[in-house]
Design a protein around this ligand. Structure first.
Ligand code: UDX
Length: 460
């Protein structure tokens, strides 16, 4: 049966969920406090860059299954279910989750609902939060209606959010009554996906345990990669050899400059914090966090050993976002490396990213910056032209991975490349005559590259 669904928050989680609920036939009202954003969405424009989202918005807007409003009272009054997907739970400096947004929405729900209603928490929240939200709503409830809270974490990845929602590997339902369970099952019935129904605390834990397991997998591969360099092994060959074992799996074995994004860094720290609060040391997750911290500046550390200084050298930076397919910069490794290159290095950076540059320029405006300078360019070739060093931070397909190894040799003053995403085959870079450093593989060294760079320094 189609239901009236309200969605609180139109960030990645809320908007994608709302649009997908509309797509399978439900009647959806998305609520956001930002008036301008609501107008933009009504006009069929997605406020976030996400493959396929805008098309689905336009289709469902036109067919009248989805609408957007700032009037939360109206939206919640008519809803059979209200999904909380507020740009969730930012992390506090100690790693704990900040639940202010969720509490605000819970209060608004309590004051607005006039019929029985299921409240569903989609944002990632510490174990036990759903219990608190339910209690909070009961405390402030104005009308005599039934309101229960269920947990329904999502597992979408940015860049593939719509696909991941419509083709999710599993739907997790965390509830404390068959009424809540049945209502949520009914909402998901048209998706035809496997459903795992558990209690609320287990559902909350499934989200953290899944994300942190993936973060751990990446940190483990990065740790092994660093060892590979020392013992003469190649991490990509090692990963391939491991991947045939189904117990290990073939995905998330890519070594690189560490994980970023809105989930892994936050959720590892949050679970570590939850464990500490409960008097337990979650050593595995702690190790994943520590390895990632070191890994993110691994290339800068390598470059600092190779060159006396980067002061005044032209440094090409290719890729700024935390991964391809998104304009999101949250916890992107570039945000650790660019300030190091500018401050400690005094570099003259030419940065290229197909979609993330304007967001990055809000943090590091073009021009003189600390001891260095930063300029944003529209083409990777402009960044590489006459550059002394190149850092690759994001493996954008057509724009960065497609650059031929010879191009570096042809365009750069000195073809010295630090590749944080293992984009190239080591032999291809060797053949192209470049000095090439990557992660977990043997470096291609060129004496003359270092000499020329140092000569450049002296003549600056
Ligand atoms: C992640 C989870 O995949 C998703 O299920 C969850 O709901 C939210 O967090 P997302 O952060 O969008 O999604 O991106 P993901 O593709 O998982 O990548 C996260 C980070 O890990 C990126 O910085 C990526 O570059 C890095 N990564 C990923 C690796 O370094 N190696 C890998 O093998 C995979």
């Amino acid at each position: 049966m189609n239901m009236n669904i309200a969605v609180a928050g139109t960030g990645y989680v809320g908007l994608v969920a709302g649009v997908c609920f509309a797509e399978v036939g439900h009647q959806v009202m998305c609520v956001d406090i930002d008036k301008e954003k609501v107008e933009v969405m009504k006009a069929g424009i997605s406020p976030i860059y996400e493959d396929g989202l805008e098309e689905l918005m336009q289709k469902n807007n036109a067919e009248g299954r989805i609408d957007y409003t700032t009037d939360y009272q109206k939206a919640y009054r008519e809803a059979d279910a209200i999904f909380i997907g507020v740009g969730g739970t930012p992390e506090r400096s100690d790693g704990s989750a900040d639940l202010t947004y969720i509490a605000t929405v819970a209060r608004q729900i309590a004051e607005s609902v006039v019929k029985d209603c299921l409240v569903v928490v989609k944002s990632t929240v510490p174990v036990g939060t759903n219990d608190k939200v339910e209690q909070f709503i009961q405390d402030f409830l104005v009308n005599d209606v039934k309101v229960e809270v269920a947990s329904n974490p999502e597992f979408l990845a940015q860049g593939t959010a719509v696909y991941d929602t419509l083709h999710a590997k599993r739907i997790i339902i965390g509830s404390e009554s068959t009424w809540a369970e049945d209502r949520l099952m009914e909402i998901y019935q048209p998706f035809h996906l496997p459903i795992v129904s558990v209690n609320r605390r287990s559902a909350e834990m499934i989200k953290y345990a899944s994300n942190d397991f993936l973060a751990l997998k990446i940190s483990y591969m990065n740790d092994i990669a660093n060892l590979c360099e020392l013992v003469g092994a190649d991490i990509q060959d090692v990963a391939e050899g491991m991947s045939y074992d189904e117990r290990i799996g073939a995905k998330f074995l890519n070594a690189g400059i560490g994980y970023g994004g809105s989930c892994f860094p936050k959720d590892t720290k949050a679970l570590d914090y939850i464990a500490k609060q409960n008097g337990y040391a979650l050593d595995t997750v702690k190790a994943a966090i520590d390895v990632n911290k070191k890994q993110r500046i691994m290339l800068f550390t390598k470059a600092s050993k190779r060159l006396i200084t980067l002061n005044g050298l032209k440094v090409a930076v290719l890729g700024l976002t935390f991964k391809p397919g998104t304009d999101d910069l949250r916890e992107a490794p570039s945000l650790d490396n660019v300030p190091l290159l500018l401050e400690q290095g005094g570099a003259d950076i030419y940065a290229y990213d197909p979609v993330g540059a304007s967001n990055f320029a809000k943090v590091y405006p073009e021009g003189k910056n600390g001891n260095g300078r930063i300029t944003y360019v529209d083409q990777a070739a402009e960044a590489l032209e006459d550059a002394n060093v190149c850092f690759i931070f994001t493996e954008w397909g057509g724009e960065i991975k497609a650059i031929e190894p010879d191009t570096y040799k042809r365009l750069m003053r000195t073809p010295l490349i630090y590749d944080g995403r293992n984009i190239y085959k080591v032999q291809d870079m060797e053949r192209a005559g470049a000095e090439y450093h990557s992660i977990g593989r043997q470096a291609v060294m060129r004496k003359e590259v270092k000499e020329i760079s140092e000569h450049e320094l002296q003549t600056h």
